[in-house]
Design a protein around this ligand. Structure first.
Ligand SMILES: [Zn+2]
Length: 66
């Protein structure tokens, strides 16, 4: 397909990229998260000073969904 050629990545390459680790650890199970499995959830956390702060928490897609 012309479009796939233009993007320069075949299925195997995309799959390898999906499996590569992101370096994030899941907040629920503590396991390492692969590229294709990463879900960043934005949560609002209150600091001790009383100011709200946005924080991003990494989850596996399957861990957050359950
Ligand atoms: Zn997990």
């Amino acid at each position: 397909m012309a479009q796939a050629t233009k993007m320069g990545a075949d299925t195997a390459t995309l799959e390898a990229r999906r499996r590569r680790s992101t370096g994030h650890a899941c907040s629920k199970c503590g396991g390492e998260i692969a590229q294709g499995d990463l879900l960043m959830v934005r949560v609002m956390a209150m600091e001790p000073s009383g100011r709200p702060r946005n924080r991003k928490v990494p989850y596996h897609r399957k861990c957050y969904g359950l």
